[in-house]
Design a protein around this ligand. Structure first.
Ligand code: FMN
Length: 339
């Protein structure tokens, strides 16, 4: 299956998304509910555009040799520094609740490609029970991502994953700003460092905080005892007119690099974007919307096709900037064009 076929297939069934050849946030705009950005609808595009303001420096005066795209994270080895993004409810893309089937397909696809799967805790109990069943089938490197509900509720959900082979546990803090929660029972809210400390203490697994956009926030996550942060603005869905994640990544790296794992998402679409993120200092990237398109276009096989495409692009870009392994990537390989 080619990636072009994946896109063509996806267009037959996916709702609120045009499965654009380039997923740059322009096609979905402010479709919320749907996969777009909060009104006026510029957030996803701003993320995408920020990566384009960073350019790559050729370096072919390097000893020749094969490229190794592998990385290690939280004690496990992966073929690529890549995580699929959590989508708590696939009703954003479909009239039916297909979230369990989506999580199943992405877990199979990421397990087959040696990459990491993040999945959302969703809005129905079946989302979690389904995820547990899929984890038992494929043994993906899975990370449950819990919305910022009251701590007691998050801890109950954490307990369900404590004795599984989940790679880590994650709480997403910026979902507090999602307007569609207003129509669903339990309400999310903002978290204090003390709240995060309590969650951190509740699990023996590595603990991640998703939704960090400032050096201050990164330091607070560190203070709470987090093992990793996901630099993210929820794909522009929680607040408009925030900076692109590529714009804030350098100052966050400067503040906490080496003390905590740094993952970044938001508009990362190609191997060149992955090179930029790792060269700035991220340990891995997370990609969300294209995984939904890949799954609509071919289930687990569509996911595999997309990951293989990314792997080829990442490997080729690494080769041309003079990196032979991911640890070689560094800021000298980049030229910044932020105004
Ligand atoms: C339809 C949709 C649903 C999402 N649901 C969740 C969620 O439940 N939990 C979460 O942490 N992030 C959620 N996100 C945010 C993504 O995981 C990711 O942070 C964001 O989309 C940026 O990545 P992207 O530009 O590659 O899409 C959702 C995003 C979309 C588009």
């Amino acid at each position: 299956m080619t990636y072009r076929e994946v896109l063509e297939n996806a267009r037959k069934t996916i709702l609120n998304c045009k499965a654009c050849p380039e997923c740059n946030g322009l096609g979905c705009g402010n479709t919320l509910p749907g996969p777009g950005s909060k009104a006026p609808g510029n957030g996803a595009h701003d993320n995408w555009a920020a990566w384009k303001k960073i350019r790559l420096n050729f370096d072919t005066f390097t000893e020749d040799g094969p490229v190794d795209t592998g990385c290690s994270l939280f004690g496990r080895e992966f073929s690529l520094p890549l995580m699929s993004g959590p989508i708590g409810s696939m009703t954003q893309y479909s009239k039916d609740d297909i979230t369990v089937a989506f999580n199943d397909g992405v877990m199979e696809g990421t397990a087959r490609t040696g990459t990491i799967d993040c999945f959302g805790d969703g809005v129905t109990p079946e989302t979690i029970s389904g995820a547990l069943e899929s984890m038992a089938k494929y043994h993906p490197a899975a990370i449950p991502v819990f919305n910022p509900m009251p701590n007691a509720s998050i801890m109950k959900k954490m307990d369900l994953f404590e004795d599984t082979d989940a790679l880590a546990m994650c709480v997403v803090v910026d979902s507090a700003g999602l307007s569609h929660w207003k129509h669903i029972g339990e309400q999310p809210g903002t978290k204090t460092v003390a709240d995060l400390k309590e969650l951190r203490a509740h699990t023996k697994k590595p603990f991640l905080v998703k939704g960090i956009m400032t050096a201050k926030g990164a330091k607070q996550a560190l203070e709470a005892g987090a093992d990793g942060i996901i630099v993210s603005n929820h794909g522009g869905r929680a607040l408009a007119d925030v900076p692109g994640t590529a714009e804030v990544l350098p100052e966050i790296v400067e503040a906490v690099k080496g003390e905590i794992k740094i993952i970044v998402d938001g508009g990362i679409r190609h191997g060149v974007d992955m090179v930029k993120a790792l060269a700035i200092g991220a340990d891995a990237v997370l990609i969300c919307r294209p995984f939904a398109v890949a799954w609509f276009g071919g289930g687990a096989e569509g996911v595999r096709t997309y990951v293989e495409l990314l792997k080829n692009e990442f490997s080729e870009a690494m080769y041309m900037v003079g990196a032979r392994k991911t640890a070689d990537l560094n800021p000298d390989m980049l030229r910044f064009q932020f105004s």
